[in-house]
Design a protein around this ligand. Structure first.
Ligand code: ARG
Length: 457
């Protein structure tokens, strides 16, 4: 049991207490950030004359050695240390002796852990953002290739109006683009450095907090030392943004599962992204899509957990906050894994264009356009709605689509119909005429795609 404290204690810590309190099993994940933060701190201490140049150089060399040895597997992080901060400091003192004992001058584990967590999550914000960029590129690629791949658009999971695959994919482009903008925003807000806040009330040493902030790539130091050690808003914001990413992935997965079903057959998931059944030889299951959908709950859980942990904590640091790590790390790994897997599945997804088109032609997705036709020929919309309703009923009885009826059948229902109705309700016309920005018409879509390309540049 290696601890940084103990002077005022007369008894050993109970073993169970020690284990319950220790965080090394999970905070070892940010040993790089811990060492990076210590290096910046030491450079600042020397610049301010609090450490000598020689002490600084000894400490930096010691820290570099620890980093290298852990990276290359020569030094193992074991649970004989309470946490990653203790591990680094104890190893440093082992290596360089007395100079190592000065590392923690003007610092507390409270500002140290706040810094480590921020550095770690800040890096992950960038990583997740990059993964989303890759996903957007895959989506855009599908959009460009399917401007005239017709399919039914649904409301209530009932066929509604015809759209294109490009348009459907475009909806997800918007979602994941918003997710990226949210991450950009979180990055800006979190990018202030808590180091130098001490335990809660700053320190009496003449620290240059702006300098450490600059060394660590922050926009500046945080402005209240109590808030600095007690703030985990950025963790909550990140988990909230990640929950939204998972919600979007989950909806997309749900659609792919439906489209991949025997009944729909709009898509076929690649063999490399499907699994079989142990008993039913014919099965090819969309397990990956289902797992991504399933793992969404786990990320939401992490968000609920930290919100609940933080809600009753009086200022400033309290040990409850140690609970910010495990579920956040798990959520980050989950989200990154899900985006990467989903992207792979999407890239290899086969679209059955013919099936989609036939589906769009059946199911009266052109009924609105048929009503619009009557309106264009002087029939008030509400009357037109009623006429087409009766027409659909007739079609259902005859098991035909609107454009499969003869002109005389159509005219029996309304004399307003002329020969031009067939062109007016064809799938191509129904889609191509939807030209306002945001609509599925290929011309409108091309404009949007150009904007997306500009955004991704
Ligand atoms: N392991 C602790 C955490 O994760 C580090 C901070 C410890 N500070 C303290 N006052 N006990 O929050």
């Amino acid at each position: 049991m290696a601890q940084l404290w103990g002077g005022r204690f007369t008894k050993e810590t109970d073993k169970l207490v020690y284990n319950f309190n220790a965080s090394i099993s999970f905070d070892q994940k940010f040993y790089v950030q811990d060492i990076e933060g210590s290096m910046a701190h030491v450079k600042m201490l020397a610049k301010q004359g609090i450490l000598t140049e020689d002490e600084k150089n000894q400490i930096l060399a010691g820290l570099e050695g620890i980093l290298k040895d852990v990276n290359e597997g020569r030094l193992e992080i074991t649970d004989e240390y309470e946490d990653i901060h203790s591990f680094v400091e104890a190893n440093l003192i082992d290596r360089i002796g007395d100079a190592g004992k000065k590392l923690h001058t003007g610092r507390s584990r409270n500002d140290q852990v706040a810094l480590d967590m921020k550095l770690y999550t800040r890096h992950e914000v960038v990583e997740i953002n990059e993964l989303l960029k890759g996903l957007l590129e895959s989506i855009l690629h599908i959009m460009e290739n399917h401007l005239e791949t017709y399919m039914p658009g649904f409301t209530h999971l009932q066929k509604a109006q015809p759209i294109t695959l490009a348009h459907h994919m475009g909806a997800y482009f918007e979602m994941f683009k918003r997710d990226r903008l949210r991450l950009d925003d979180i990055y800006k807000r979190m990018n202030y450095c808590p180091l130098g806040s001490g335990a809660l009330a700053g320190t009496t040493y003449p620290l240059d907090r702006a300098y450490t902030a600059e060394l660590l790539g922050f926009a500046g130091p945080t402005l209240n030392s109590m808030d600095s050690v007690a703030d985990r808003d950025y963790v909550i914001e990140l988990l909230s943004a990640m929950s939204t990413i998972m919600m979007h992935l989950s909806r997309f997965c749900e659609e792919i599962i439906i489209w991949n079903s025997n009944e729909y057959r709009f898509v076929e998931i690649d063999d490399a992204y499907s699994t079989g059944s142990s008993i039913m030889p014919q099965k090819k299951n969309p397990d990956i899509a289902e797992l991504v959908r399933g793992k969404t709950g786990r990320v939401y859980g992490a968000l609920m957990s930290i919100l609940t942990t933080m809600k009753g904590i009086p200022l400033a640091y309290n040990k409850d906050m140690q609970e910010d790590k495990e579920l956040t790390f798990d959520a980050i790994d989950t989200v990154k894994g899900c985006i990467a897997l989903f992207d792979g599945m999407l890239k290899t997804l086969k679209f059955n264009e013919d099936v989609m088109k036939v589906s769009a032609m059946k199911g009266f997705t052109n009924a609105t356009d048929a009503a619009d036709y009557l309106v264009n020929h002087g029939v008030p919309f509400r009357d037109a709605h009623g006429i087409i309703g009766r027409l659909v009923l007739y079609c259902i009885e005859k098991d035909k689509a609107i454009d499969e009826l003869s002109l005389s059948e159509l005219q029996e229902i309304s004399p307003v119909f002329g020969e031009d109705i067939f062109d007016a309700v064809s799938l191509e016309t129904c889609v191509n005429k939807r030209m306002t920005i945001g609509a599925p018409g290929p011309d409108a879509m091309r404009e949007v795609i150009a904007l997306h390309k500009e955004y991704l540049k």
